[in-house]
Each structure stands twice: as structure tokens, then as C-alpha cells.
Ligand binder design. Structure first.
Ligand SMILES: [Zn+2]
Ligand SMILES: [Zn+2]
Length: 333
């Protein structure tokens, strides 16, 4: 497998040859992948819209699914080990099983990552993508020399891509009247402030924050130390149904830890005292439930991915909205 250097504009707009990144055959799908540009305390978000053949269109999805599946398998093994050692063995045994299971999962996940197509290095100058087909590298060299090198590839089977970068002019201007959630004609406009802390929240960080919320109301600490790098106010279009989209997320964010805490305390007073297995199950159950609710609420939200002084990147945006925005951009040129 080879590696290839791409300019950020090339990668984000998908100005690539019609060749599968994995095998070098003719590409029929485009798949987006988000990466981070490391910088002193302020990583920036970028992405690659990669061409794939029909066989490899699920290359990253399969990798992600296998990784999550392995997480559950190892977690089940770890929790099962703890379960078996309560209450006959020492406390040390109870903690050891999940810990060993997580260590094994990290090794497996890393092995999967390096075998798949991955960002080897990203900087403001461009990205190095590793584990790609040598055929793609050759096709890219040819493509760059051709007239079409600056035209974004638009394959007939372009799946939904939900990430969009707004420029400063677009943030302060009027966006197309298309619901940012579902793509229906927008009727109401909601103003929302977007700010970005010193590091973009990875899924792992979000999970850690959600977990910390249950344990120690850690979000209070997070809010206190939150120093935004850039702040933008966007007038976003919504249809009637989605007009309270962000309001609901806020309710879940604040009410969730409170509900989990009450459930935990109620569980404590009802079952905990005499049965260590019930205590283990209640704590595990409450934490898992909050994980799931938080994960779904976050995953279905229109959410900030990155904010720099020059631009704002949102995820979870309706592809129809992105199409409408791109059409307006074309007209503006
Ligand atoms: Zn392929
Ligand atoms: Zn809508």
C-alpha cells in the first residue's frame, strides 16, 4: 500500500480522480472522512471527500463497526469477569477484568486503524493519506496535470455528506431558506452562538464528559474552564418541526445528569445496602443509559465541529441545505 499527499482544498472539495482510493478501480461513490490539523493547543478540523468503488464504499464504516463491535465484546468479557468475581474475590479482581479488557480492545482498535486508509499527517499545507492503492497515486498525478484538476468530482452515487464550512461573509449574511436539519423549505430562523474551546470535542471527549457528568457534575468544571478561540452567531433556517431543535438538546444536556443522579440515589436507598451485585448493576445501568441518550442526542444534532476566526464548520446539516448553499455560492461567483 502506498501513501499520497493532498492539498486541503483538494481534499475538502473532493477534487480527485475517479479512482478508488483503496484498490485503484473505477470509483462510483464518494465518502467523507474528518481529520484534525494539530496546532499549539488549537487543532483545526478538515476533511477528505474520498472516491471509492462499489466494493470499498463501506471501507471506513466497516472499520468503525468492527471497532465498536469489538468494544462491546471486550466490555462484555470485562464486565462478565467482574460479575464472576463478586463478592468472592478481592476488590482488586473486580477492577482488573474491565481494565484488561479495555487494554486488549485498544490494541485491536489500533491494529485495525493502521491497516485501513488513515491520515498519517495533517498540517495547514496538506494531508498525507496512508494505506491507499498505488493505482490511485498514479491516477492523481495524471489528474493534476489535466484541465479537470480544479473541478470537484461529482459521482452519481454521492451519499449524504453533512459537514459544511461557512465563511465569515456567509455567517453574517443570509443563508438559503432551507431547513438546516431536514432540507424542507425553512420558515423560522433561530439564532445560535457557536464557540469552540481550545480543543475540538472528539467523540471520546464527549463520552468522557457525559460520564463525568454522572459521576461528578464535571460539566460545571468544563464550562468554567471553557475558553473559546472563536465565537460566531449564525441565523440558521428551520422548518416548523425543527424550530426547537437546539432547545431540546439543551434540555437533555442539563436534565440528563440530574435525572441520572436522582435515579442513582433512589437505587442506592432501595437496593444498594445489602447486595453488591445489584449495586454494580444499578451503577452500570444508569451510566450506560446516560451514555446512550447523550450519544443519540449529540449524534442527531446540528453541532459545531470547528470554529476559527475565519470560518465555522457545522456537522449534522441536511445535505439539501448544503446543495442549496452551494448553488447560491455558484450564483455569487
Ligand atoms: Zn476499491
Ligand atoms: Zn426541518
Amino acid at each position: 500500500m502506498a501513501q499520497v499527499q493532498l492539498a486541503l482544498a483538494e481534499a475538502e472539495r473532493g477534487c480527485l480522480p475517479r479512482v478508488c482510493l483503496r484498490c485503484g478501480d473505477e470509483a462510483v461513490y464518494q465518502v467523507g472522512r474528518v481529520g484534525k490539523i494539530p496546532a499549539e493547543g488549537h487543532p483545526k478540523i478538515t476533511w477528505l471527500i474520498a472516491p471509492f468503488c462499489a466494493r470499498h464504499r463501506n471501507h471506513w464504516r466497516t472499520q468503525a463497526r468492527v471497532t465498536v463491535l469489538l468494544l462491546f465484546v471486550f466490555l462484555a468479557m470485562g464486565v462478565g469477569g467482574s460479575w464472576a468475581s463478586i463478592p468472592w474475590q478481592s476488590k482488586w479482581h473486580v477492577v482488573m477484568h474491565p481494565f484488561l479488557a479495555m487494554a486488549a480492545w485498544i490494541v485491536a482498535a489500533l491494529a485495525l486503524h493502521y491497516r485501513s486508509i488513515h491520515f498519517k499527517q495533517i498540517s495547514d499545507g496538506g494531508m498525507v493519506v496512508a494505506s491507499v492503492a498505488p493505482g490511485f497515486v498514479a491516477a492523481l498525478a495524471q489528474h493534476r496535470a489535466s484541465q479537470a484538476s480544479l473541478i470537484p468530482l461529482r459521482l452519481p452515487r454521492k451519499p449524504a455528506w453533512r459537514i459544511v464550512r461557512f465563511t465569515r461573509t456567509e455567517i453574517s449574511g443570509q443563508l438559503p431558506a432551507v431547513c438546516i436539519c431536514c432540507g424542507k423549505p425553512g420558515m423560522t430562523w433561530q439564532e445560535e452562538g457557536f464557540a469552540m474551546g481550545s480543543t475540538p470535542p472528539s467523540i471520546l471527549a464527549q463520552w468522557a464528559t457525559a460520564f463525568a457528568s454522572v459521576i461528578s457534575l464535571g460539566w460545571l468544571v468544563a464550562v468554567f474552564f471553557h475558553r473559546p478561540r472563536a465565537r460566531h452567531c449564525l441565523q440558521a433556517p428551520f422548518c416548523e418541526f425543527h424550530s426547537r431543535h437546539w432547545w431540546w438538546r439543551r434540555v437533555i444536556f442539563f436534565a440528563g445528569p440530574l435525572a441520572a443522579l436522582i435515579a442513582g440515589l433512589a437505587g442506592y436507598s432501595l437496593f444498594f445496602a445489602d447486595d453488591p451485585r445489584k449495586m454494580f448493576l444499578t451503577v452500570f445501568g444508569v451510566a450506560s443509559l446516560w451514555f446512550m441518550v447523550g450519544f443519540i442526542a449529540n449524534h442527531t444534532a446540528v453541532r459545531v465541529l470547528d470554529a476559527t476566526p475565519e470560518s465555522l464548520v457545522l456537522n449534522g446539516v441536511s445535505p439539501c441545505f448544503i446543495e442549496a448553499l452551494e448553488a447560491e455560492r455558484e450564483q455569487g461567483r
